[in-house]
Design a protein around this ligand. Sequence first.
Ligand SMILES: [Fe+2]
Length: 216
Amino acid sequence: MSNRSDLKMRLECLFPTPVWRTRLTGFERENARMLREVETLYGAEPALERSNVLGWHSRDDLQCRPAFAPLARLALRLIETEVASVLKLDTKQHRFVIASMWAVRNQKFAYNFVHRHPDCFFSGVYYLQSPDPSAALNFHDPRADVRMLRPPLREETPYTQHIRSYQPEAGALVVFPSWLPHDVSPNLSDSPRIAVSFDITSVSPTRRPVKRHRKS
Ligand SMILES: [Fe+2]
């Protein structure tokens, strides 16, 4: 048994959870167009019931509307480049597609309870308007066993956090695995928090798209 004081251990991170973030620049005209479209739909259509509490959830086929096509194209390009590069996705045999896209308009005190997005691979959220930094997007560690016992900590690190929060900022885009549980904190501002979310699946010459049962 070694008693050398300089003995080091190699650190390996098992089962890492990737979350991608970026900020869209030069997208102001598209943002304004999407905002107008969301407000028009908000005034015309009832909310779908998903994870939204007090907030309005739009229809989930926004990717078919011209105002949202630029965001849909951009999301797919990021999946087929950066996400594909990290995860070694098979983009030759499989084509990634937007399965659904929807807007959530959270007025004051509205929030979204913890949920996942079943039946798809990747999900994302793009913030059109986010006046209140408290209305965070909170990701939850899905590994139930890590909560069994926590060692005494001097401070939290990515190894010990059970919840990781991102402050919403207009123009920010977050992409994450669809199985990752998440919620949205209440909007404490008088102005609505407006975001566009999407789910991505894949198709191949021999497979039909994954059949969807629901989404949030
Ligand atoms: Fe969600």
